[in-house]
Design a protein around this ligand. Structure first.
Ligand code: GLV
Ligand code: MN
Ligand code: MN
Length: 443
């Protein structure tokens, strides 16, 4: 690559310091256009107030009242930044600079991310990409920087997948199975159609958000890394090469409810114990057959009827698997399905596997990676190529346009938790790389 990655054996701190010194020289001693770090920070802190938790962090699920207040706030900020605001039928919010809609004959260079969060999440996951995109477009507008193509920033609906993973960008890219919308529901049973209706949207019309072919010239998303690789390597910028695929299935083990005191141990058909055995064995299976880079998680478990003096009639879990390689993911899914059947047979229970969502691994466009690296070089910043172990809206956009991502280091690699954070200097650097990448893609 054109940009120097830090030497793997080198101490990260001096390497990062040298890179930052080069960056400060580039930004402050030559007239390169730059974002306003103070304005970006004040917007990040303002957005963090919607759904703020007393001990820090935020809970702002898509379509919730907090999310809808945040959407209204964002639309006001877009207007105040001198951009054109609009919202599509999937609830995606846009702010255009020279664009007010998507059309096949007027391709737009697009950036963005999401403003929904996981429960008890951090203030940067998604929010940073939206607000840095907004800031970059405002800075470009104010500097009247030269560009051939129009630009827009997006806030995609339900990236975190409370109702359906990457919902808004999926609809925008024509990948939403509209026939399934009626059945989509959160793990607590709340239906998507009801949640969207409460927010003033008709879920049945979400498919109308599909952008015309050719409407997006390129897509680039800034995001926190959410893992430890950049910080531990002392590298200010990550240039994303590919994004993992994620599969989620609900697995239901059905046994028999019985008296928890009087039923002899060898006669019990315990749905929970089957689920528990499956969870442990699936973990080992993915580690063994996942090629070293696959991961797995069971983050949702329900026990029915869920009282201490009844043997569980039913154990349900949501099993998630991720891999950067589509074939590996397919192979793991097959192996896990036969594992579930084996466990069920041995424990005298039945099992049902219900696929919930499946995203395929996506490759980032070489053209976008090269533009990010050129932006790093302009700013005197070191970068390294790396794959994304988290899912992102960019993986949907990659199916319809040249897409890429910029990562900035996460403190301690922490994310999806209330103390998720990045240094404000790291955020400033990432937002400036985004700005210069957008200018290059729009040139
Ligand atoms: C998105 O946050 C994901 O789950 O990877
Ligand atoms: Mn997330
Ligand atoms: Mn995110």
């Amino acid at each position: 690559m054109g940009v120097q990655a830090s030497h793997p054996g080198a101490s990260p701190v001096p390497a990062l310091r040298a890179s930052v010194t080069r960056f400060r020289k580039a930004i402050y001693s030559t007239p390169v256009i730059a974002i306003s770090p103070a304005r970006l920070r004040s917007r990040v802190e303002a957005l963090a107030r919607f759904g703020a938790l007393p001990g820090g962090g935020v809970t702002r699920p898509c379509w919730s009242p907090q999310h809808e207040k945040a959407r209204a706030w964002l639309l006001e900020e877009i207007r105040a930044a001198g951009l054109e605001p609009w919202v599509d039928p999937a609830g995606n919010v846009f702010g255009g600079l020279g664009a007010r809609a998507f059309a096949a004959d007027a391709p737009v260079v697009l950036t963005g991310s999401h403003i929904d969060t996981v429960p008890e999440g951090g203030i940067l996951d998604g929010a940073l990409g939206v607000l840095a995109g907004l800031e970059a477009l405002q800075a470009i507008r104010e500097a009247n920087a030269a560009r051939r193509l129009p630009l827009a920033v997006a806030a995609w609906s339900d990236e975190e997948g409370r109702y359906g993973s990457l919902f808004g960008s999926r609809a925008f890219c024509g990948k939403l199975d509209v026939a399934r919308v009626e059945d989509m529901a959160a793990v607590d049973g709340e239906r998507l159609v009801d949640a969207m209706a409460r927010a003033g949207f008709d879920a049945r019309r979400a498919g109308e958000a599909k952008a015309p072919t050719g409407a997006v010239a390129a897509y680039v998303e800034l995001h926190i890394e959410q893992g430890p690789r950049l910080e531990e390597g002392g590298i200010p910028i990550g240039v994303v090469t590919s994004i993992v695929g994620v599969r989620r299935s609900k697995i239901v083990f059905r046994g028999q409810a019985d008296h928890a005191g009087t039923t002899p141990m060898d006669r019990r058909r315990d749905g929970f114990l089957a689920a528990a055995e499956y969870a442990l064995k699936a973990r080992d299976l993915v580690v063994k057959h996942g090629g070293g880079r696959s991961v797995t998680n069971v983050g949702v478990v329900h026990v029915h009827p869920g009282v201490s003096n009844i043997v569980p009639a039913r154990g349900e879990l949501v099993h998630e698997m991720r891999s950067a390689d589509a074939k590996t993911l397919e192979n793991l899914a097959r192996r896990c399905a036969s594992l579930a059947r084996r466990v069920a047979r041995r424990r005298g229970v039945s099992v049902e596997i219900r696929p919930m969502s499946a995203t395929t691994p996506a490759i980032c466009a070489e053209r976008v990676q090269a533009a990010i690296e050129r932006a790093c070089a302009t700013l005197g910043l070191g970068g390294t190529r790396l794959y994304s172990a988290a899912g992102h809206d960019a993986q949907n956009l990659a199916a319809v346009t040249d897409a890429g991502m910029i990562f900035v280091p996460s403190k301690g690699g922490r994310s999806h938790r209330v103390d998720e954070m990045s240094d404000w200097d790291a955020i400033e650097r990432g937002a400036n790389v985004l700005l210069h990448t957008l200018l290059a893609l729009a040139a």
